[in-house]
Design a protein around this ligand. Structure first.
Ligand SMILES: Cc1cc2nc3c(=O)[nH]c(=O)nc-3n(C[C@H](O)[C@H](O)[C@H](O)COP(=O)(O)O)c2cc1C
Length: 170
């Protein structure tokens, strides 16, 4: 099996991480995988904010939780990539999805865990997220699309079966 197929089949959404930060080389390789994702019309419109400052990340996680107990939306991962792009481009969401999966697969290839984070989308794009958008350089013409939490796996996630019958052959 090719390394690409192995990464696709082995990638899991990890929800338990070691506190240690990933290396700069790992961070840059994941970002590069995102940068090399295809984009509609080759617009290359997806931007990535990489959050590794623990105090800042903890503040964001706590603000989103709003006092609710739990592990936090990032599941304790020490690195969070925030993806955003132009509001008025029709493929911003699609391109973000392709970009974030490239990044997740790169993390898998590097032996790291990751989980795609969509649950903060309304928060980030809403009134409450205004300060955070400013903090991360997400301008008024841009929309936050998706995030990826990355770190070293503490507890591996067992695979979830895929629904059969989602493919038709003609
Ligand atoms: C667009 C999108 C948004 C997601 N948002 C979250 C999220 O906010 N929190 C989370 O724990 N997992 C999130 N996930 C992960 C899915 O729950 C996960 O991919 C699915 O359960 C299948 O498990 P697997 O990734 O281990 O194969 C998201 C996945 C996608 C594709």
């Amino acid at each position: 099996m090719s390394e690409t197929m192995r990464s696709i089949l082995n990638r899991r959404s990890t929800r338990s991480y070691m506190p240690a930060q990933i290396t700069a080389e790992q961070r840059d390789a994941i970002i590069n995988a995102g940068r090399w994702a295809p984009t509609a019309r080759n617009a290359q419109e997806i931007s990535i904010a990489c959050v590794q400052d623990k105090a800042l990340l903890d503040r964001l996680v706590a603000d989103f939780a709003g006092g609710k107990p739990g592990p936090g939306f990032n599941h304790g991962a020490p690195t969070l990539f925030l993806l955003y792009g132009p509001k008025d481009f029709p493929y911003t969401q699609m391109d973000s999805g392709i970009t974030v999966e490239n990044m997740a697969l790169a993390a898998e290839t590097l032996g790291l865990g990751s989980v795609i984070i969509g649950c903060i989308r309304d928060f980030m794009n809403g009134e409450h997220g205004e300060g955070w958008r400013a903090c991360f350089g997400i301008g008024a013409d841009s929309v936050f699309t998706i995030a990826l939490a990355v770190g070293t796996v503490k507890v591996p996630t067992p695979p979830k079966d895929r629904e059969p019958g989602r493919v038709s052959y003609f």
